[in-house]
Design a protein around this ligand. Structure first.
Ligand code: HEC
Length: 176
């Protein structure tokens, strides 16, 4: 092989590699900005868990009513839609900011102990397996931080800004 042929071969090889990597990340975070220590197998598992565990239903604007057709780069950015009930009014937090501010170990500890107001199903998150919690962290790190903080909690005696869903108090005799 002539020297120039080898050079052309090497350049073509490098270009193919770049094109392939670009496609693998298409539509998600920029591959050049991937944080260190990201394992794409765990990212894939995290993406699957976020989809089936329903986190997007509340934490991604428009996801529930849009039948899940929200581009991934907007996932888990929190919502301005309020959930009002006897507990006050809550807003699904921006998990892209919340989770990216923590190390993987901090997230595992926080998810295990989390208690939050309705309608957050925190008891489900508390019992998630450690490897699944780690996969969630990897996926959210892969997406990177984005968006703004969700509106602050409004206590029951204060009027929240619309839009919000209003939950009536369940009848006492049916609560056992
Ligand atoms: C039915 C709606 C709903 C679903 C489903 C849901 N969340 Fe939440 N989540 C909320 C709301 C609302 C809050 C804010 C609660 C509060 O203010 O106390 C919240 C809070 C949180 C918090 C606390 C964040 C903070 O700022 O303190 C974490 C972490 C969290 N959710 C993770 C998840 C994960 C992970 C999933 C999927 C496994 C999930 N949530 C599913 C509605 C939901």
């Amino acid at each position: 092989m002539y020297h120039w042929q080898r050079t052309v071969f090497v350049i073509a090889f490098l270009l193919c590699g770049r094109a392939f990597m670009g496609r693998a990340h298409a539509g998600t975070a920029d591959p050049k900005k991937q944080p260190a220590g990201i394992d794409m197998k765990k990212v894939e598992r995290g993406r699957y868990l976020v989809r089936i565990a329903g986190c997007n239903d509340c934490h991604t604007p428009g996801y529930l009513l849009g039948e899940g057709k929200v581009p991934e780069h907007l996932w888990l950015t929190g919502d301005k839609f309020g959930w009002r009930g006897p507990w006050g009014t809550t807003y699904a937090s921006n998990l892209r900011l919340f989770v990216n501010a923590m190390t993987e170990d901090q997230w595992v500890a926080a998810a295990r102990l989390l208690k939050a107001r309705p309608p957050m199903p925190w008891f489900g998150l508390n019992s998630m397996h450690e490897e699944d919690l780690r996969a969630l962290h990897q996926f959210i790190r892969h997406l990177g931080p984005a968006g703004e903080a969700a509106p602050a909690y409004v206590p029951p005696d204060q009027e929240p800004k619309p839009p919000y869903a209003l939950f009536p108090s369940p009848p006492k005799e049916e609560r056992k």
